[in-house]
Design a protein around this ligand. Structure first.
Ligand code: FES
Length: 163
C-alpha cells in the first residue's frame, strides 16, 4: 500500500475524529473497505476492530463490499418519483434480487438511488455506469438489465473462445 491510504494511516497521531478521513481514504483506494484495511487501521491506531467496524456500519457512505461492475443509479427525485420511480426501483430489486445499496452475488450490479441526475424531462430515469436510460416502464427496465446480462455473458464466452 503506497498511496494516500498508507500515508494517512502512518501519520495518524491519535487526534480524535481522524478515523473518518482514514476510512474515506481506504475506501477511495480499494473502492470499499476490505477486512485487511480494518486490520491495518486497528493495528496502527489502537482503535479496536469492533469500534472501526461500528463506525463503518453507522455511516451509509462506507461500503464493506466492492461495487458491482455495473452501478445502477436509480433516480428518486421529485420528477422521477411522480413518474413512477418507486415501481422502477421495485422492478430492479426484483430483477436483481437485491435491495438498494446492495450488490448482486455475481458482483455484476450494484443498485443505488440518487436524488436527481439532471435529466428530469426523461423521468423516470436510471443511469448504469455512464449511460442514461429514460422514460422507463417496469418492462423496459427489465429488458435493459437483461441486455446488460446477455452482453456480459456473450463477452465472457468470446473471451473463453479466444483462449
Ligand atoms: S428527478 Fe429524476 S432526473 Fe431529475
Amino acid at each position: 500500500m503506497n498511496d494516500d491510504f498508507s500515508f494517512n494511516l502512518w501519520r495518524y497521531d491519535g487526534t480524535p475524529g481522524e478515523l473518518i478521513p482514514l476510512l474515506q481514504s481506504a475506501q477511495n483506494h480499494f473502492g470499499y473497505i476490505p477486512r485487511r484495511a480494518i486490520n491495518y487501521i486497528s493495528a496502527v491506531t489502537g482503535i479496536p476492530e469492533s469500534e472501526v467496524y461500528g463506525v463503518i456500519t453507522f455511516y451509509s457512505q462506507f461500503r464493506l463490499r466492492p461495487m458491482g461492475k455495473y452501478v445502477i443509479r436509480a433516480c428518486d427525485g421529485t420528477a422521477c418519483h411522480v413518474s413512477g420511480a418507486e415501481m422502477i426501483i421495485e422492478t430492479i430489486q426484483d430483477e436483481l434480487g437485491v435491495e438498494v445499496g446492495e450488490t448482486t452475488e455475481d458482483g455484476l450490479f450494484t443498485l443505488n438511488t440518487v436524488a436527481c441526475i439532471g435529466c428530469c424531462s426523461l423521468a423516470p430515469v436510471i443511469m448504469i455506469n455512464e449511460d442514461t436510460h429514460g422514460s422507463l416502464t417496469p418492462a423496459s427496465v427489465r429488458k435493459i438489465i437483461r441486455r446488460y446480462r446477455r452482453n456480459e455473458k456473450a463477452s465472457n464466452e468470446d473471451f473463453a473462445a479466444q483462449k
